[in-house]
Design a protein around this ligand. Structure first.
Ligand SMILES: Cc1cc2nc3c(=O)[nH]c(=O)nc-3n(C[C@H](O)[C@H](O)[C@H](O)COP(=O)(O)O)c2cc1C
Length: 253
């Protein structure tokens, strides 16, 4: 009974968080306090980087936009076939690629929209079957459209499954995209409202991933049922200033 009341009041306050009236009246953001802006992207963590191609015209199998939108669906069965590095490059570009930098490193303009162009996400990959790439964890460096190798992981398939609440289909994909949030990039301007807009922004990224996959003969499935602790541990995230918020296995379909 007590528990019930607790949940009801939690639900009520979470609903408030969804409304436009949910604001931070009377509080100054760090931007208003003229505190330094956080960096636009996470700095590279290694000096081993893989430059990615940005010429995609030969990859498109389905150019009919209406067909792409109508036929988009969640795919949970993938062929054993490996994906190419160019296909992976295309998916990274269309989900987080940087088209322009505004001002004096003030904002990135990307292939997806983002509230205030804060773009508070980082993209990590558990590479399982990409031709020419060693299995392991990678991090996307959107400023120069390249990948960096983060770690080789023993029994990667098991750890991917574990990180995604034993949704075993994901470990049979060619690559699992993990999106982390670096909340301060948005909190710096939007304080408490930042958390809502970051989650809205994640939807834009995922929809581009779905449609881009469909365009090149691949498929994906959004995953919000993940294990926070094991997903963060797999990607070596601190779980406080950066943590996983969304994932998506991708494979040939
Ligand atoms: C935010 C979000 C979280 C989701 N999480 C999961 C998940 O953890 N596991 C899964 O198999 N599907 C997940 N899905 C996929 C949905 O089940 C799927 O989109 C829905 O059933 C509609 O099917 P469709 O995408 O084929 O239209 C998720 C989708 C969204 C948008």
């Amino acid at each position: 009974m007590e528990n019930n009341q607790y949940i009801k009041s939690k639900i009520h306050s979470n609903r408030e968080f969804m409304k436009s009236t949910f604001a931070d009246e009377g509080y100054e953001s760090d931007q208003q306090k003229q505190l330094p802006q956080p960096s636009l992207t996470k700095a590279p963590m290694s000096n081993v980087t893989i430059k990615l191609n940005r010429e995609f015209s030969s990859l498109i199998k389905e150019p009919d936009y209406l067909k792409l939108v109508q036929e988009r669906k969640s795919h949970r069965v993938y062929k054993k076939e490996s994906m190419t590095l160019d296909q992976l490059s295309f998916l990274l570009w269309t989900t987080q690629g940087i088209k322009e930098i505004r001002g004096d490193n003030y904002a990135t303009i990307r292939t997806v929209p983002s509230a205030g162009a804060r773009h508070a996400f980082e993209t990590y990959l558990a590479v399982l079957n990409i031709a020419g790439l060693e299995k392991g964890i990678y991090h996307y460096l959107p400023l120069d459209h390249s990948l960096e190798f983060i770690a080789k992981v023993d029994n990667l398939e098991d750890k991917v499954s574990d990180s995604l609440c034993e949704q075993k289909f994901a470990a049979k994909s060619a690559v699992v995209f993990y999106y982390s949030a670096v909340p301060y990039r948005s909190e710096w301007r939007y304080l408490l409202e930042s958390h809502k807009v970051m989650l809205i922004d994640a939807g834009h990224v995922m929809q581009n991933l779905y449609l881009s996959c469909e365009a090149i003969g691949c498929g994906t499935c959004a995953i919000a049922a993940f294990n926070q602790e094991s997903a963060d541990k797999l990607l070596k995230l601190d779980g406080e200033d950066e943590f996983v918020i969304y994932a998506a296995p991708v494979g040939v379909v």
